[in-house]
Design a protein around this ligand. Structure first.
Ligand code: ZN
Length: 164
């Protein structure tokens, strides 16, 4: 069986940004389980996995446009320093979660601190980055009818969500 649309893939992966320093990876012995062809992983990686078989390993280099997108300068916004707790130490490069008035939690990065204002970055932290994946396909199976209806993987390797 090969990696193809609507199959459930168990994938071991490691991600670095070109310097070999791993910034994300699947837990040892616990590969990522996802439904192929549904945009659940970045497009450049999904395309490269197409047609691979169980046990196949590959190095995949993904350009930003096929990864988390280019860095968008419109995502840089100035907000008053008072939006942050007074005792919070804000340093460029730091990441935190902010809550909107609607209660939604959004991840933001601190881009620059200029006295009374802070330039925050609302881009994905990996926007503008070239992604280097080392991947090994550990398992491939057909999705169940239920998984196809839901559009994601279930079961012991899935996200363990409730079916009520
Ligand atoms: Zn489901």
């Amino acid at each position: 069986m090969k990696v193809a649309k609507d199959r459930i893939i168990a994938l071991e992966y490691r991600l670095h940004l070109g310097d070999g320093q791993v910034i994300d990876q699947s837990e040892p012995g616990s590969p990522l389980s996802y439904m192929h062809g549904r945009g659940q992983i970045v497009p450049g990686l999904e395309g490269a996995l197409e047609g691979m078989g169980v046990g196949d390993a590959k190095k995949v280099v993904v350009a930003p446009a096929q990864g988390y997108g280019e860095h968008d300068s419109r995502g840089l916004q100035e907000v008053p320093r008072t939006m942050f707790p007074a005792n919070a130490e804000l340093t460029p490069g730091m990441r935190l979660a902010a809550q909107t008035d609607g209660g939604e939690v959004i991840p933001i990065g601190i881009h620059e601190v200029k006295g009374d204002t802070v330039v925050v970055d609302l881009n994905h932290p990996l926007a503008g980055k070239t992604l280097h994946f080392d991947v090994t396909v550990r398992d491939i199976r057909d999705a169940t009818a239920e998984e196809i209806t839901h559009g994601h993987a279930h079961g012991p390797d899935g996200h363990g969500h409730d079916h009520d």
